[in-house]
Design a protein around this ligand. Structure first.
Ligand SMILES: [Zn+2]
Length: 316
């Protein structure tokens, strides 16, 4: 770990002038994700490039003071914890890149509301409150790119790796020269060894568990063949050949499946319609303690759990 000069920020130097940045304390539940800072290096890049580092405005300001100017900022996908403060990087002069079809969620919250299908289950005001809680603000300009594109900023090369089980836009970043694979939001969310997390997230209609399992396999093989380090949006740094993040993610999906299988067995007699079954399972609070929630958070967690259950049930 490198000594951080910035309050509330932890820094790990992964390769020469490539830092993984983590915001330690947060003011909201979905207000931050870890990302990579690519500092200027001779024959590589003359200005700092930032990959998917959504931290709170105060941190962005300090990072800019110490490591700026930032010329390019790449956002991995349109989930709230990756988009809320990107406008701040733009304000400090960075070009903003986002992935199709979620790039425009950075421009307008209504795009997110429709794009993730929240509009089929709730009023826009719910998402407005959720965005406000996490201090989301819109960007002015976002350059849309296709998941899977190769990017080059001066001589700094990035391969974007589609991980679409999680969301249609979602990518990881592979840095071939630095031999780093940043799997972003794939589902390795352990902050330290022997901790617990939620694991892979598929609480939307567009998510796919089958695709998720393929994404995990692909990420693992890429990492084992071609990377020295694995970094992610919500997890600690892992060194090749430690493959525990992949075992963890597969195990989490399997244990979610078991929870649903058990709940289904408890339904006596089994229900006929899929919709009825999902609704019944939702009442059991299998994944989230919804009985302790109220207001807009209850509506949002209910929506997420509905799709987690449905994505599993659709495989049966
Ligand atoms: Zn995500």
């Amino acid at each position: 770990m490198t000594r951080s000069k910035i309050d509330n920020i932890r820094i790990d130097e992964i390769a020469d002038k490539v830092l993984l940045i983590h915001q330690i304390k947060a003011s909201g539940p979905f207000t931050r994700c870890d990302g990579l800072l690519i500092l200027p290096k001779e024959d590589r890049n003359s200005k700092t490039v930032v990959l998917d580092l959504n931290v709170e405005p105060k941190c962005i300001k300090s990072i800019n003071e110490v490591y700026g100017p930032v010329s390019e900022y790449v956002c991995s996908h349109g989930h709230m914890d990756h988009i809320t403060h990107v406008y701040m990087w733009e304000r400090f002069g960075a070009n903003i890149y986002g992935f199709i079809p979620e790039a425009n969620y950075l421009l307008n919250l209504y795009n997110l509301f429709e794009g993730f299908g929240f509009n089929e289950a709730m009023d826009f005001s719910i998402i407005e409150k959720f965005a406000e809680l996490n201090k989301y603000h819109e960007c002015n300009n976002v350059i849309p790119i296709k998941p899977g594109s190769k990017l080059k900023f001066e001589n700094f090369k990035i391969e974007t790796i589609p991980f679409q089980g999680h969301s249609l836009a979602n990518v990881g970043f592979y840095l071939p020269v630095e031999r780093i694979l940043h799997i972003g939001c794939l589902g390795f969310d352990l902050s330290k060894l022997n901790s617990e997390g939620f694991g892979p997230w598929y609480g939307f209609k567009q998510c796919s568990i089958l695709q998720y399992l393929k994404d995990i396999d692909f990420a693992e093989s890429l990492y084992l063949r071609k990377a020295d380090f694995l970094t992610s949006s919500h997890g600690y740094v892992v060194k090749n050949p430690d493959r525990s993040p992949f075992d963890y993610m597969r195990k989490k999906i399997e244990s979610n499946k078991l929870k649903i299988d058990q709940a289904l067995k408890s339904l006596n007699p089994p229900l006929k319609s899929e919709e009825e079954t999902v609704k019944k399972l939702l009442k059991m609070d299998i994944f989230f303690p919804k009985r302790n929630m109220s207001g807009f958070m209850l509506e949002i967690y209910t929506f997420w759990e509905y799709w987690i259950i449905k994505n599993h049930i659709q495989l049966i």
